[in-house]
Structures are given as C-alpha cells and as structure tokens.
Design a protein around this ligand. Structure first.
Ligand code: ZN
Length: 274
C-alpha cells in the first residue's frame, strides 16, 4: 500500500514529499485501526462477549454500526461524538485509544523499522492499552492478558540475548508490588494492591528488563500519585475510593520504552548505574 502511494507521489525535486512522513501517515492509520480493535477487546472481554462476532454496535441502543461509521478517529469527528441512531454521546476514550495507538505504532516504526522489536513492542503496548482500559472501567487487571504477556516478555528477552535481565526484571517488578500488597494489607487492613497489579508489573519487568523496571514503577507511581491527588480533590471523594493503578503502571512501562536512551543516560550521568 505505502509502496503504491510512493509511486504516485513525487518524492524528489520540487513538491517533494518526505518518504518517512508518508510511511508515518500510513502507520498512524494502521495504528488507529489496531486501536479500534483494542476498543472492541476492552468493551467485550470483561463482559465475556466474543471479540469477533457480532459486528460493532452502539452500547446504548444496540444499533449495528455501519462500516462508514466505524472509521477510526474520523467517524467520531463526523458523527459529532454521538450515535447516529439514539444520539447518546460516545465516550472520548474510543478515539483517545485510537490516537494513542496510532502515535505509538508510528514511533515503533520510525525507531525500529519492521522487525522483531517492532512486533514485540507492538504486542507489549497493545496489551498495556487493553489492560489499562479494562482496569480503568472495571477495576480489574485481566490475568488472561498479563500472564501470557510475562511469557512473551521473557521470550523477547531470550531473542535479544537478555534472558537474565528479563527474569530479574520480572521477579523484581512482581516481587516489589507483591511486597507492597502484603505490607499494605497488614498496615491498612484492606487490599492496597490487587494481585492483578503484581502480574502486570511482572509483565512490564519481563519486557523492559532490569534495571529499567525500576524507573517504570517509579514513573507509574509518580503519575498515579499526581493524578490521584487531582482526581480526589476535583471529585471530592474520600480516600477510600479505589484508584486503578494499572493505567499508571502501563504509562510507566510505555515511557521507559520510548525514553530508554534518555533514562540510561540519566543513570550514567548521576552515577547510579546498576
Ligand atoms: Zn445508539
């Protein structure tokens, strides 16, 4: 498809179009389409519905969504964020997931090209987006994604020749959250961290390895604490209300992959090389 486009468009001389830009555009739409599928998984998996059949429908009036109403991002805009039948507003998280996935796929393509790293990081990011979406809406971290994700992360490290880093990352990430869960449970006499968060952090640790799992958890906790405070103040809810931690851990995991070089430089700069 992109090669076909390139032949049509002038790529040299006057009116030259940057090939990378063209590829990026194509990969953005590919990513948005993947994001559209992730939305289906986020909606259907916790409801135990098939992710293949039936075709997409409005969650409110159950009207099937026509193909032209199902174009990533664009449909949300031309429908004015509402269902064409019942006019119920469509949650902003649908186009948000599509846009985020679109940018992440462009990033992976520009950094890695089409290779094994691209494939594994894509699977990693997609898993994190689905886990975050489900945790945000249902306060559940689906083990059905995180546990196979751990295996996939270790496999990725074996391919890269970093098996030890993956295993230590997995044990450190999962172990730290498990420790917080046990101690927090004793101190506060309630569940402070779900077992799902333990598996999720183990998955992130397996994928990013050790020591990058440390900044991943740190960034996740920092973003979670900052947004948590804003959320609690703005909604004036008591501290008792649960805040899903999965989306923040996922942000931490994605940030360390995207900023890996900068984080390693930071470690070296401050002589905290592990
Ligand atoms: Zn509707």
């Amino acid at each position: 498809m992109s090669r076909f486009l390139c032949r049509l468009l002038p790529t040299q001389g006057k009116g030259k179009i940057d090939l990378n830009f063209l590829y990026s555009l194509w990969f953005f739409f590919l990513g948005a389409a993947i994001g559209s599928f992730l939305n289906v998984v986020i909606y259907r998996m916790p409801r135990e519905l098939s992710i293949i059949k039936p075709r997409s429908f409005c969650p409110n009036c159950k009207k099937p969504i026509q193909w032209f109403e199902n174009i990533p991002i664009a449909s949300f805009i031309f429908l004015g964020g509402r269902c064409s039948q019942c006019k119920t507003s469509i949650s902003i998280h649908y186009p948000a997931v599509e846009v985020i996935t679109g940018f992440l796929v462009v990033y992976l393509f520009l950094k890695h090209g089409l290779n094994v790293d691209f494939l594994f990081y894509l699977l990693f990011f997609c898993s994190l987006i689905v886990i975050s979406g489900i945790d945000y809406i249902f306060q559940i971290v689906p083990d059905i994604i995180s546990i196979p994700g751990i295996v996939l992360g270790i496999l990725f490290q074996i391919i890269k020749g970093n098996f030890v880093s993956g295993i230590v990352g997995m044990l450190f990430g999962g172990g730290l959250i498990l420790l917080i869960r046990i101690i927090g449970g004793r101190v506060y006499k309630k569940e402070v961290m779900g077992l799902g968060d333990v598996f999720l952090t183990a998955m992130i640790g397996a994928f990013v390895g050790f020591p990058l799992v440390i900044p991943a958890i740190f960034i996740g906790a920092l973003v979670g604490a900052s947004l948590g405070i804003v959320y609690l103040i703005s909604t004036r809810q008591s501290r008792e209300s649960p805040i899903p931690f999965g989306p923040f851990l996922s942000i931490g995991g994605i940030v360390v992959v995207v900023l890996e070089q900068q984080i390693v430089q930071f470690f070296v700069l401050f002589q905290i090389y592990l």
